[in-house]
Design a protein around this ligand. Structure first.
Ligand code: SAH
Ligand code: MG
Length: 231
């Protein structure tokens, strides 16, 4: 039986798939293209093209008015989300690295969409360790979308706050859940250095799947993504 099932599964080479999807995706606005190239040249991590498509899809579907991002880097994904979210959407994004946070502020000033209400960009950067910053955000159930894209080993620590801060019908999107496929391997096949993070990511994925307030879909998109709907 399982043999028949295997034959029906289409498993295209992920690299070819990525090249294909990139080729099929129309280029975004020029400021995001520039920022993407700049970040890649500087070795700053940013969401991959397939993850961009995934975010764009859910932003269009959900039309969030408040977004929380954990892991700003230099602000590419925050600016990306702002571009595809409704004009009045407010984004809070958290970054602990001082240099990256500063660069992100510059990028928000340069490329951020200015709100007609108060003349601000609509993106607020909160500098600090996400575990502390999250604990300080008191408005429960006030976000429509949480994008988790920080240190992978810490996702499990951020999860209770992410669930608390999401409103009913809100989405938690988690990036990099498969770590280049390593999370799929037996823990004995991964290097010692990666073993802790491997275990933590599996714990996180299991926690997402078992969390009663969430309904979660695991996707091989990009470096692996989880889309969780708060019930
Ligand atoms: N979302 C960004 C990429 C983020 S890379 C984009 O696509 O444009 C992950 C970032 O998370 C790094 O800049 C890292 O400094 C930050 N980070 C890691 N652990 C963190 C923590 N505990 N609190 C806050 N930021 C953290
Ligand atoms: Mg990432």
């Amino acid at each position: 039986m399982s043999g028949d099932r295997d034959k029906r599964t289409i498993s295209p080479d992920p690299e070819r798939m990525e090249v294909f999807i990139e080729a099929m995706t129309p280029p975004g606005p020029v400021h995001l293209q520039d920022l993407e190239l700049e970040a890649l040249a500087a070795g700053v991590p940013i969401i991959r093209p397939q993850t961009q498509n995934l975010l764009r899809f859910f932003l269009t579907m959900k039309r969030p008015s408040r977004i929380l991002e954990i892991g700003t880097a230099v602000g590419f994904s925050a600016l990306f989300m702002q571009h595809y979210a409704p004009a009045e959407c407010r984004i809070i994004t958290i970054e602990k690295d001082r240099v990256r946070a500063q660069k992100a502020r510059e990028n928000f000033a340069r490329y951020g969409r200015i709100s007609t209400e108060d003349g601000q960009t609509g993106i607020t950067l909160m500098e600090g360790d996400a575990i502390e910053v999250l604990g300080g955000i008191r408005e429960d159930a006030s976000f429509d979308l949480v994008f988790m894209d920080a240190a992978k080993g810490q996702y499990i620590r951020f999860l209770p706050d992410a669930v608390r801060l999401l409103g009913s019908g809100g989405l938690l999107i988690t990036d990099n859940i498969l770590q280049e496929g390593e999370v799929l391997s037996s823990r004995f096949a991964v290097t010692r250095r990666n073993r802790t993070i491997h275990a933590r990511m599996r714990t996180y994925i299991r926690a997402l799947m078992e969390e009663e307030r969430l309904e979660t879909l695991l996707l091989p998109t990009g470096d692996g993504a989880a889309v969780s709907l708060k019930k």
